[in-house]
Design a protein. Structure first.
Length: 265
């Protein structure tokens, strides 16, 4: 009998961490059987089935008889629920490095990435600032902050991303001119950044064009790999901030394209 049999799968935190491990395990392999997940997590069949039901309900995984598979990348990789719990420590480390490039009085543009959200949580200590974003989570973090002017970029609401997109968002971003923008995306290699959704690509490109300084925030899980649509060449960014999970030889290759900072987790 596994140790979780009498606990219903453990505390809420342990359940969240275990479900994140299951999601990462399945997306890495494409699919997995229940037996594989029981062995991987060390919990009971019943608990794994409950976790799979929850992940399926949230749109992260797809159930089939005897196992589970990853949703297509256009759904899975953009899902706000997944991104909020993925690679949290790496994103926090990257944010701590990124905040070194923010000075009081700056105007800042943040995209709807959870990497930029990690940075947003540190900004109240650096006011006065002007911050513009299309991400509801970032708006919730920054609203009510003293000496912080918050510009909420609207548009067509996307429940998948928990942010505003579409032509109204694009036009609003294009009217801005900011000191610095911090963006992330789903994939990159040593020459190009990518995203799997064209609507997201258009908004991120507009954000890059609206900023004097362009900073890319990328955790090590996102490289080196491509996605469907090209976003911008790596050389278009003034600085790249990664975590220390990126191999040293890859960091050196990236430095041939732009400035690179490595954040220690």
């Amino acid at each position: 009998m596994t140790s979780d049999a009498h606990t219903g799968g453990g505390s809420a935190r342990s359940r969240t961490e275990r479900q994140q491990k299951i999601a990462d395990f399945v997306i890495d392999r494409g699919q997995a059987s229940v037996a594989m997940l029981v062995e991987y997590t060390g919990v009971s069949h019943m608990t794994v089935h409950r976790d799979i039901d929850e992940l399926s309900r949230r749109g992260l995984l797809r159930k089939f008889r005897g196992g589970v598979s990853a949703q297509p990348s256009t759904v899975f990789e953009s899902n706000a629920e997944y991104r909020l719990n993925a690679h949290v420590e790496a994103k926090a480390a990257i944010a701590r490095r990124a905040v070194d490039f923010v000075e009081p009085g700056m105007s800042i543009l943040l995209d709807d990435s959870t990497s930029a959200l990690a940075l947003a949580k540190l900004l109240p200590e650096l006011t006065p600032l002007t911050v513009a974003t299309n991400y509801l989570r970032t708006i919730d973090v920054l609203k009510g902050t003293d000496e912080l002017r918050l510009i909420c970029i609207g548009g067509d609401y996307s429940g998948t991303h928990d942010s505003f997109l579409g032509m109204p968002c694009l036009e609003a971003v294009e009217r801005l001119s900011v000191d610095i923008t911090f963006v992330s995306t789903s994939a990159m290699n040593t020459e190009m950044t990518y995203h799997q959704e064209p609507d997201i690509v258009m908004v991120k490109r507009a954000m890059l064009a609206s900023a004097e300084t362009r900073v890319l925030l990328m955790d090590s899980s996102k490289m080196p790999r491509p996605a469907l649509h090209r976003l911008a060449p790596l050389s278009d960014y003034h600085r790249l901030i990664v975590d220390d999970g990126v191999p040293a030889n890859l960091v050196e290759e990236l430095r041939s394209r732009t400035k690179v900072d490595v954040a220690e987790i």
